[in-house]
Design a protein around this ligand. Structure first.
Ligand code: ATP
Length: 367
């Protein structure tokens, strides 16, 4: 059909695209050549440690800060480069930050309707629609101080979505909420944003929040995106040691490469493409250090999937609620490796146990 290529083009044009953004402060590249694109209805999380440049990217997209290089496109149209700049108020971008500051002197309904244009009835209908959606319609004539923190947060969400922004920028929006409230509000927020088909760029330094919210995670460090992909892929195929460590505790075995293999007390690991003599870290998460319970200290029967067992002595064991954390001092070099075990497992300090590692969950990185 004649229209097919056009339709395809429309479907693949990202709602938001940033290309090669660079921003310097005091001679330092705080944002260093960052590119990403987000489709309508998609949530991308910028995830990274404090100071890595996440909020600066958000401020540039919102139009309250200006890049030194790079371009921003919305639905394929340039809205900002270093010469041309659509002013913030014309970008149709919603903002939601941790300190969302409702107007205290305006009613809940007037807060939600604040950014709306058009006739009174249409405005009222949109305000009612959104307040109903966040389950706060009954408070429409109330004032912010009469609401709990979580309820105020939902009003703020309704306010930022009221003008139907094409894009929503969220900077740690849930960090002011207590843990019990947070999960529910995150889930509600997510379903509302999806219903409205908004493209969302959410900044967080909490991996758990990113895993929970994101269709795609952009992992940042030192002003750059170091890895980008679906949460499962970023978690299970990390690009380097720091990327593993950002999501969880890690264990490290140190080794040298010889003949494309790295030899360890747990057996050899493949180190394809690394030249002989390269120092490598073999990195794995505590849930992938396996304790052998079966043979009472005589060591497990080796299997191809488990590789070789190594011996360690329990140093410390702690119960963490849904799992136990056991630390072992290893016989071979005195290093400490951690294992997490579901439920309660609290062996006494000094007990000797055999350990294996889940080999397909180990990552080999040059040191
Ligand atoms: N206006 C500014 N002038 C000078 N330096 C700035 C300015 N804004 C940000 N920076 C610096 O740029 C770096 C990145 O800041 P940014 O707020 O983007 O980080 P972030 O990743 O969002 O951190 P956080 O999670 O702590 O908010 C920081 O070192 C910060 O001090």
């Amino acid at each position: 059909m004649n229209t097919a290529p056009e339709v395809r083009l429309m479907q693949t044009t990202p709602r938001l695209e940033i290309r090669n953004l660079v921003r310097h402060f005091g001679g330092r590249a705080v944002v260093d050549d960052v590119s990403l694109s987000i489709q309508a209805g998609q949530v991308t999380c910028l995830l990274g440690p404090s100071g890595c440049g996440k909020s600066t990217i958000l401020r540039i997209i919102a139009g309250v800060d200006m890049q030194d290089r790079g371009e921003i496109y919305v639905d394929g149209t340039l809205i900002c480069d270093t010469r041309f700049r659509v002013p913030p108020e014309h970008r149709e971008i919603g903002l939601m930050f941790q300190d969302f500051a409702l107007f205290p002197h305006l009613s809940v309904g007037d807060n939600v309707g604040f950014g709306l244009k058009g006739n009174k009835d249409a405005k009222r209908a949109r305000v009612e629609e959104l307040l109903a959606r966040v389950d706060l319609l009954r408070f429409i004539d109330g004032f912010p101080h009469q609401l709990s923190g979580g309820e105020q947060q939902r009003v703020a969400l309704a306010r930022s979505l009221a003008p139907k922004p094409r894009i929503m920028l969220m900077d740690e929006p849930f960090s002011g909420l207590d843990n019990r409230l947070r999960d529910g509000i995150r889930d509600e927020t997510l379903s509302l944003l999806k219903e409205e088909d908004t493209a969302v760029l959410l900044v967080t330094h909490e991996p758990e929040e990113a895993m929970r919210m994101a269709d795609e995670i952009a992992l940042m460090r030192g002003g750059r995106i170091v890895q980008q992909g679906a949460p499962y892929n970023v978690y299970t195929r990390p690009v380097d040691h720091a990327a593993v460590a950002f999501f969880s505790d890690t264990n490290v075995l140190q080794a040298h490469v010889q003949g494309a293999l790295a030899e360890t007390p747990f057996g050899d690991f493949l180190a394809p493409g690394l030249p002989d003599g390269t120092d490598v870290d073999i990195v794995f998460r505590p849930q992938h250090l396996k304790i052998d319970f079966d043979r009472a200290g005589s060591g497990p029967l080796p299997t191809p999937s488990d590789g070789v067992a190594a011996r360690g002595t329990v140093q410390r064991a702690r119960f963490l609620g849904h799992e136990s954390l056991v630390e072992f001092q290893m016989d071979h070099d005195g290093s400490v490796l951690k294992a997490t075990v579901p439920n309660v497992f609290l062996p006494e300090a000094g007990r000797v146990m055999w350990l294996t590692v889940k080999r397909n969950r180990c990552f080999v990185f040059p040191r």
